[in-house]
Design a protein around this ligand. Structure first.
Ligand code: LLP
Length: 418
């Protein structure tokens, strides 16, 4: 569900015509709906209401400071995977006590920064990392709060690049080694065990893999308790899928309905780390048609956004709806919608049916609010796009479009070349 709707054939972001924003801010351009974002966050809050919980938004999906501030104001926590994300989360006003830190490659500097900031816990990916964090915490004279990320070996049906819960993946500690790793952790002087973490993948469109994962980590929590190791936080990761192509996806309340009965009666705080399901359908990428081209039988619609702005179609062959910002009655054609970048992989859609666009038409690439701008780059030395937040009949530029001079920011010409 989102708030990008047609009124009299014109696409609106809440109550603002998308065309108006594009005319003022230019294209390519990300537009987010404050209302959609808020509703998606509140859907998680309400779903888990009644059981102690923290919703930790996964910043990797979207880390624009204004988006983070909007979520922070609603009481959201954060799932971060780098010092940069920790910085942005704290700067947005997310309390350190609601921040969890995951990732297989935390550096010493990032670990120190997190300890100094007093985050809720590290989600630990290996015994080696555990020993490292223990050492750093010891040097700083503090105890590091941790959960171990266990790998429940669950095959969640999703794209192979974003499935993470199987043994062959680099993530987490294998289930059968988990008890031993926890014992090791319990024996380390500068480690405080707080929780269990798992994350089984992304864009998962069924509830059953989550339920299965929770059953497995619950069994682990019970086993640990019997060995005198107490667990306060059950962190079930993110991964709830969204509708990219009108398919029906589970609501957070269904996720909660599957999980809460399993854990109720226990003294846990539940942590959920949604990213895409909060931000994904809260944003669109608006692009302008530059050229139409026919190569033999094939039609190409060439637009001013490229894979540097939104890489999901190129990287995962991800499907995104593409809608005209103004509906028209021109004949339908079948075309590849492609960007200006010098790579054949630079496309947003292949063999897509759409009303023949003409030069200057605006198109909206839907469901682009998660893993859109956050995965953008300057490839081909293109300027990264502007971002706008729509709210009611107002809109706000929340990131200015880059300028040419940004391309040399931080670079230096050595003396011998001057
Ligand atoms: N927690 C952890 C530990 C994660 O690794 C992830 C995502 C999340 C939470 C949030 O998952 P979500 O609720 O957004 O599914 N770039 C890919 C998605 C990669 C997801 C990586 N991990 C894409 O564009 O589809």
């Amino acid at each position: 569900m989102h708030d990008f709707k047609y009124k009299h054939s014109e696409l609106y972001a809440e109550d603002v015509p998308v065309r108006r924003i594009a005319e003022e801010v230019g294209t390519p351009l990300y537009i987010y709906s404050h209302k959609t974002l808020s509703r998606h966050y509140e859907a998680f809050e309400n779903a888990f209401d009644g059981f102690p919980h923290i919703i930790c938004f996964a910043l990797k999906a979207n880390s624009n400071p204004a988006i983070l501030r909007a979520l922070a104001k609603k009481g959201c926590g954060a799932d971060v995977v780098s010092g940069g994300e920790l910085y942005l989360a704290l700067k947005a006003g997310i309390p350190a006590g609601k921040i969890v830190y995951a990732g297989v490659g935390k550096t010493a500097e990032e670990i120190r920064y997190s300890l100094k900031s007093r985050i809720l816990m590290f989600n630990i990916e290996s015994s080696d990392e555990l020993a490292h964090i223990n050492r750093i915490a010891g040097d700083m004279g503090v105890r590091a709060p941790v959960a171990l990320r266990v790998n429940p070996d669950i095959n969640a049906v999703t794209h192979p690049y974003i499935s993470t819960g199987l043994r062959k993946h680099k993530f987490g500690i294998p289930m059968e080694e988990a008890v031993e790793s926890y014992r090791l952790a319990a024996g380390l002087p500068n480690i405080e065990i707080r929780g269990i973490h798992c994350h089984i993948g992304s864009q998962i469109t069924e509830i059953s893999p989550f339920v299965e994962a929770v059953k497995r980590i619950l069994a682990l929590a019970n086993e640990l308790r019997s060995q005198g190791i107490g667990i306060k936080y059950l962190d079930i990761g993110g991964g709830l899928g969204i509708s990219y192509d009108n398919n029906v996806t589970p609501h957070p309340r269904e996720l909660a309905a599957g999980i809460i009965p399993l854990i109720s009666g226990n003294d846990f705080t539940l942590i959920v780390e949604p990213g895409r399901s909060i931000a994904g359908n809260a944003g669109i990428l608006v692009t302008k048609v530059l050229y139409l081209k026919k190569s033999g039988e094939k039609n190409f619609v060439i637009v001013d956004a490229g894979m540097n702005d939104l890489i999901r179609p190129s990287l995962y062959e991800a499907y995104h709806h593409i809608l005209p910002v103004k509906k028209n009655r021109r004949a339908e054609i079948q075309a590849d919608v492609v960007g200006p970048i010098c790579e054949s992989g630079d496309f947003f859609a292949r063999e897509r049916r759409l009303n023949r666009p003409v030069h200057g038409d605006l198109l909206a690439v839907m469901s682009a609010g998660g893993y859109g701008f956050s995965m953008s780059s300057n490839y081909n030395s293109r300027l990264r796009p502007a971002e706008v937040l729509a709210r009611g009949d107002e809109f706000y530029v929340i990131r200015k479009r880059e300028q040419y001079r940004d391309l040399t920011k931080g670079t230096q010409i050595p003396d011998f070349l001057k």
